[in-house]
Design a protein around this ligand. Structure first.
Ligand SMILES: Cc1cc2nc3c(=O)[nH]c(=O)nc-3n(C[C@H](O)[C@H](O)[C@H](O)COP(=O)(O)OP(=O)(O)OC[C@H]3O[C@@H](n4cnc5c(N)ncnc54)[C@H](O)[C@@H]3O)c2cc1C
Length: 462
């Protein structure tokens, strides 16, 4: 059976057997599901988009897709930066955006049980109303979904203290490629029964199953944060400040870096009064309880000054703190005012941050490519953003060259080609270089065990 006939047969079955599933088949509607946030990558138009409202409907969709051998692309809010949720020609995109219900907030056990389509910020706000805190906070937290966060093992601005999404997941409900539904984990803080399937699904970018429910850990809501910006005359000094804060045993909740290109871009758009002459800036925050926050900030200020900070601004109140924090959160959108931005996501052991900063600037400078770097320096995770004009015919080749060099230099420092965005479709060629052929073969075997017909998200990650 050819692809078009298989898709037609699948859609007919969906309409007959799952009449409450919303189906988008009009080309204009499907167009919105072609790309994720990597619009600069070639992406294909999905054959159809299904918007299920329940686990049973997801299971039905996967069962029918298997029957007709039609590939499936799981999708959350489409804010990913790896091409992970981009469309595949002849495939059914299953978008979880209607499954937004919080099923339970269990105060006694400090967990929340939720459907995957809920936006991260909405979940945070709902648990905060109960005096509770769900820490993972990608900079996109107002637009990305919990399902996508689980799919990518998303990081964010407070990983340096609280870890990545994976650290907050206790259990999942997952629909496998054949439509069967399994549960992994639950509400137990400690549980070593069998293989750690929960952690295998988190970060697998929808290649092993579709997550339809998650049981997430919570903690009591911390008090107000103490917030500081520090400016530096050189990237090296800024990198040294990061290393020194980490080595001194401080555990700030945020330790974020922006280079001069990024500072100027943000200030140009938002007029925050940032020091545009500075080579780099650090955002440091503490959510330690009571007076401990100010004490932690005093120690961090001493560390940045010793590393050569040229000036320091400390927020006087919550509103000012929010304003300083915005400088970092607005970075990508501000850079996008200047051209097409290709954001990368390298990571290194934290003590190598100064070396990586210098290496990225050297590579971009040598190739004459505009590169603005910001990121989660406290995690050793930097985002070099290659800014180019979409009309520049040399951009694609040059970008590939620069990315390759940046990836290889990060790997030479014991780093990773992606710390939080995932391999998706855009970094596949570097996976065997980083992990080795043996490890990739093991990943292929795992994928084949979960999705033997190969219909689940083909060509992604592996
Ligand atoms: C301005 C901006 C800032 C960002 N900042 C950060 C940041 O600080 N940290 C960070 O980590 N990322 C960041 N991102 C990237 C992105 O927001 C995250 O990767 C986010 O986790 C994606 O969520 P989503 O709902 O948009 O998922 P999508 O993009 O729709 O999907 C992402 C991946 O997850 C899979 N997936 C989605 N839902 C499910 C499901 N229910 N079951 C199984 N697989 C699923 C998809 O197949 C895909 O592979 C940023 C993006 C932007 C645009």
């Amino acid at each position: 059976m050819d692809t078009a006939t298989a898709v037609d047969a699948l859609l007919a079955d969906i309409r007959a057997e799952l009449p409450t599933v919303r189906l988008l088949t009009d080309a204009l509607d499907r167009e919105s599901y072609r790309n994720d946030e990597t619009a600069y990558l070639p992406a294909e138009l999905p054959a159809a988009v299904a918007l299920p409202g329940s686990t049973d409907e997801v299971a039905g969709l996967l069962r029918l897709a298997s029957k007709h051998r039609v590939p499936v692309v799981p999708r959350g809010a489409g804010t990913g930066l790896s091409g992970g949720a981009a469309g595949i020609e002849g495939a059914l995109t299953v978008a979880l955006t209607r499954m937004t219900r919080i099923l339970e907030i269990d105060r006694e056990n400090l967990v929340v049980v939720t459907q995957p389509g809920i936006i991260n910020a909405d979940l945070k706000a709902a648990v905060a109303r109960e005096g509770l805190f769900y820490p993972p906070d990608p900079a996109s937290y107002e637009t990305c979904s919990i399902g996508g966060n689980l799919g990518t093992n998303a990081g964010g601005l407070c990983c340096v203290k609280y870890g990545q999404t994976r650290d907050w997941v206790l259990g999942l409900e997952v629909v496998l490629a054949d439509g069967s539904v399994i549960r992994t984990g639950g509400r137990n803080v400690k549980d070593t029964a069998g293989y750690a399937l929960t952690h295998l699904f988190v970060g697998s970018q929808g290649t092993l199953g579709v997550i339809t429910e998650a049981t997430l850990r919570l903690r009591p809501l911390p008090g107000p944060r103490a917030t500081m910006l520090a400016f530096f005359a050189s990237l090296e000094a800024c990198g040294t400040a990061v290393a020194s804060i980490i080595q001194s045993g401080l555990v700030p909740v945020t330790l974020e870096l922006m280079d001069r290109e990024t500072i100027v871009a943000v200030d140009e758009v938002h007029r925050l009064g940032l020091d545009r002459e500075a080579a780099a800036m650090l955002l440091v925050e503490s959510d330690a309880p009571g007076p401990a926050a100010a004490a932690e900030m005093d120690a961090a200020e001493a560390a940045v000054m010793a590393a050569g900070a040229t000036s320091v601004v400390r927020a006087a109140d919550a509103q000012e703190a929010d304003w300083l924090r915005q400088a970092r959160r607005l970075a990508l959108r501000a850079l996008e005012e200047q051209g097409t931005v290709r954001m990368e996501d390298v990571g290194v052991p934290r003590a190598r941050v100064p070396d990586l900063l210098v290496a990225i600037a050297e590579i971009a400078g040598r190739h004459g490519v505009r590169c603005a770097t910001f990121g989660h320096a406290g995690d050793g995770n930097l985002h070099p953003n290659l800014v180019f004009s979409r009309d520049d015919p040399a951009a694609a080749g040059l970008t590939h060259l620069v990315r390759d060099e940046i990836f290889r230099v990060a790997l030479s420092m014991g780093g990773t080609v992606t710390a939080e965005h995932g391999i998706g479709s855009s970094r596949r060629e570097w996976l065997p270089i980083q992990r080795g052929e043996g490890a990739v073969a093991a990943m292929r075997a795992i994928k084949a065990a979960f999705a033997p017909l190969g219909i689940l998200h083909p060509g992604r990650v592996l």
